[in-house]
Design a protein around this ligand. Structure first.
Ligand code: HEM
Length: 448
């Protein structure tokens, strides 16, 4: 036997022994071995890989199936637990006094690992977060309401052309263009004016190019360059990461939620008419567009916005939290510190005990809710705790201002668009419909 053959045999034997050790460790000696779940998921990350990478964002559906079999707490990988219990959400996504780190394995793959949303340790995240929080406060958003209104007005002008020509409009692209324009102006002082481009420039490639073209601006103008950070935190690559994530986080979520709301309202004319009635009663709505403050008080409009947020889900990805020092207790189990745990918003928003007929668009549920608890407690589209959405005030403002302005002026007749185009098909961090979807398309008409 040659030396090489002997070496290969030794290597194989060592490999088999090491694999057997890892398998035994994961199945029997790991602190997670007592948690329910499939053996294959406990043994290897290839289980998750198959559903999320090979089949493209489908692990969420497998996790749903596993909860049906194993109950509310499931070990979904060698290292991770998933909990489907709306009342445990705030324990995982806890606020200040309790340390919640992000899961380093999950964020290391992101190109933008230096961005706030991908920052693992709580302390560094806090430094980054404090630097931007005030730019997205209610007061800051209110000051910039006119900018948002101007962009919505430009979109309405485009819609007017679609109405006159009878051409089909792709509302998903239109609203993505709008939200992209707003966040660019808001953050950098100028935008790519995607709303004015033919077909609203649907190519993601163009979006990325838009982001890249803005990175140089960061050093010279806009709030990103002004933020209070230590020199270490002000490197160009760090701020570029932050800016890229910001633009994507702000546009993809808000744009798609707008398309979902407008689609459903086109099929719920009773609700549409009630919102129009509400809008007619808002004093400022005759001349200047209605202000955010007034709009948020309208029950049916709020119900529609909340249903859009609920059905979309915000970020359906399992955004894991790691309790650094604290053991959590759930259903008789003790979850050891250091374990990545998550609850996807999908499992809160689609819980039939809290939201009966969970897949249906029912704005009335937010008005007629007469339980002792507030339903808002279970609306987690913006996340919770120290790492909730920094742009939630801006996002909400865009939703209220856009829906109210657009539906006051236009009717939308869905064109070759069904529930499948708005419902969650897969989890690509943000929810996406199935690949076959061409977005929400409609014919624009004069409002009745
Ligand atoms: C209606 C629209 C929006 C929804 C539903 C939404 C949802 C979310 C959620 C659920 C998170 C938490 C992610 C996690 O746990 O890892 C988040 C984080 C974040 N969002 Fe939003 N978002 C929206 C709009 C915006 C806007 C307009 C901005 C722009 C300013 C923005 C910027 C961010 C950033 C930077 C983070 C990371 C925050 C951190 O880690 O501290 N989002 N968003």
């Amino acid at each position: 036997m040659s030396l090489f053959t002997e070496f290969m045999i030794l290597l194989t034997v060592a490999g088999v022994i090491a694999s057997a050790y890892v398998a035994l460790q994961r199945l029997f000696w790991s602190p997670l071995s007592k948690f329910p779940g499939p053996t294959l998921a406990a043994l290897t990350l290839w289980y998750e890989f198959y559903f999320d990478v090979v089949r493209g964002g489908m692990y969420i559906w497998e996790i749903k199936r596993l909860h049906d079999i194993y109950g509310p707490i499931v070990r979904i990988s060698p290292y991770e637990l998933h909990i489907s219990d709306p009342d445990f959400y705030s324990e995982i996504y806890a606020s200040n006094s309790r340390i919640r780190d992000k899961y380093s394995w999950k964020v290391k793959s992101g190109d933008s690992a230096q961005a706030m949303g991908f920052t693992v340790p709580r302390e560094l995240h806090r430094e980054r977060r404090q630097a931007v929080d005030r730019f997205f406060s209610i007061q800051s958003v209110a000051k910039l309401e006119d900018i948002i209104q101007e962009d919505i007005e430009r979109l309405c002008a485009r819609m007017e052309h679609y109405k006159q020509s009878g051409k089909v409009i792709n509302l998903t692209d239109a609203f993505l263009a709008l939200t992209m324009d707003i966040i660019q102006v808001y953050s950098f002082g100028e935008s790519s004016n995607l709303v004015d481009l033919p077909n609203f420039s649907p190519e993601w490639r163009l979006t990325i190019m838009g982001i890249m073209s803005k990175t140089a601006l960061i050093n010279h103008c806009g709030w990103v360059a002004k933020i209070h950070l230590s020199a270490r935190e002000k490197t160009v690559s760090r701020l570029t990461d932050e800016a890229s994530i910001l633009v994507m986080a702000a546009s993809e979520t808000t744009g798609r939620i707008l398309a979902i709301i407008v689609f459903h309202l086109s099929r719920r004319r009773d609700i549409l008419e009630k919102i129009r009635e509400e809008l007619r009663a808002v004093p400022s709505s005759t001349e200047k567009a209605s202000s955010l403050h007034d709009l948020e008080r309208l029950p049916y409009l709020s119900g529609a916005v909340k249903e859009g947020l609920r059905l979309h889900g915000g970020i359906v990805a399992r955004s894991q939290r790691v309790c650094r020092n604290e053991a959590l207790h759930y259903g008789g189990f003790t979850i050891p510190p250091g374990t990545p745990i998550s609850t996807s918003s999908y499992f809160v928003h689609r819980n039939p005990k809290i939201f009966p007929k969970p897949s249906e668009f029912i704005p009335e549920r937010w008005i007629n809710h007469n339980e002792t608890y507030s339903l808002d407690r279970y609306l987690v589209a913006f996340g919770r705790g120290t790492r909730n959405c920094v742009g939630r005030n801006l996002g909400k403002a865009e939703l209220y201002l856009t829906v109210s302005k657009v539906i006051k002026r236009f009717d939308f007749e869905p064109f070759e668009t069904t529930e499948d185009d708005v419902d969650i098909g897969r989890d690509w961090y943000v929810p996406q419909p199935l690949k076959s979807s061409e977005g929400v398309r409609a014919i624009v008409k004069e409002s009745n």
